[in-house]
Design a protein around this ligand. Structure first.
Ligand code: NAP
Ligand code: GCO
Length: 266
């Protein structure tokens, strides 16, 4: 083993939806390991916000406006990246949304929108980058899965269906393209303190913890919410040659949630 196997020097990494939050933290980790960072987001304001945040960290990132559900737009963006930055060596499918609505109150349109962004999006972006990865002789795809790739809970039926599907898309990309030296793995974050989960951590009017906040702290052996930055090193591992023999795996970075039956009643 060489520590240099963990380096990403000269590699081009596309992280979707990476203006802030988990995508941003992962992109910063990949940059620290030597990768050139490319990201997209859904509108120009978010891309500008991302560009400013990368600049503040001295990371020369390239930002594009692109909706991951728009197949034509994604293909155009990938062609532009190949011309302006280089062939994509590492793809992180991070862009995603959640809708917390009880299933029987959810419209089919709302359900479809979550599936479209969280599952069809990674399919569309992956198929746009795989042909050049095959030509180049290697590629790394990392899909950002979830606790909901394994567990259900009230109000997140569409999200759980999408993230469960994303776990299986991960295994299928591994099965179908492993022979071309492409590794496709997932990261399953636990509960991470980002704007996406802010409503679950809001203080109650009397100043006490949100009941869901207290629930997650009790359900996590680590006893806390995790930080987005804690996903960066696992992402560097899965993006690097150090993980060349790891394929179709979901690496849960969850502070132990999936291992734990839950706190016993006192
Ligand atoms: P987030 O708000 O989900 O960040 C995702 C980014 O993707 C946002 O910038 C978002 O833009 C963008 N986006 C949404 N739809 C898009 C589209 N169609 N095309 C391109 N970009 C789009 O926050 P996050 O918490 O950092 O989550 C990142 C990923 O991790 C998601 O896939 C999420 O499901 C997953 N995840 C999060 C947690 C957690 O605890 N936070 C845990 C496990 C997994 P907008 O701001 O306009 O929505
Ligand atoms: C929720 C949360 C989760 C997390 C994450 C867990 O409402 O339960 O938003 O789904 O964001 O995906 O891994």
């Amino acid at each position: 083993m060489k520590m240099s196997d963990f380096r990403l020097d000269g590699k081009v990494a596309l992280v979707t939806g990476a203006s802030y939050g988990i995508g941003f933290a992962i992109a910063c980790g990949l940059a620290e390991a030597g990768a050139k960072i490319v990201f997209n987001d859904i509108n120009q304001d978010l891309v500008n916000k991302g560009l400013a945040a990368y600049k503040e960290k001295n990371i020369p990132a390239h930002g594009y406006v692109c909706d991951v559900t728009d197949e034509e737009g994604v293909n155009e963006m990938v062609a532009k990246i190949e011309k302006e930055v280089g062939v994509i060596d590492i793809l992180v499918n991070n862009a995603g949304i959640i809708k917390r609505i009880p299933m029987c109150d959810m419209t089919a349109q709302q359900f479809r929108q979550v599936i479209d962004i969280d599952l069809n999006g990674p399919f569309i972006v992956s198929k746009a980058v795989i042909p050049s990865m095959i030509k180049k002789g290697h590629g790394k795809i990392i899909n950002i899965c979830s606790m909901m790739s394994e567990l259900g809970r009230e109000t997140v039926s569409a999200y759980a269906a999408a993230k469960g599907g994303l776990k299986m898309l991960t295994r299928n990309i591994c099965s179908e393209y492993g022979e071309y030296n492409i590794q496709c793995n997932g990261i399953g974050p636990g509960y991470i303190a980002t704007p996406q989960t802010a409503p679950l951590r809001e203080k109650q009017p009397d100043g006490s913890r949100h009941p869901f906040d207290a629930f997650i702290v009790a359900k996590t052996p680590a006893g806390r919410w995790l930080e987005a930055e804690e996903l960066a090193a696992p992402a560097v591992f899965l993006a690097s040659d150090a993980s060349n023999a790891v394929n179709g795996h979901i690496l849960y970075v969850d502070g132990g949630i999936l291992a734990y039956i839950g706190r016993q009643p006192k």
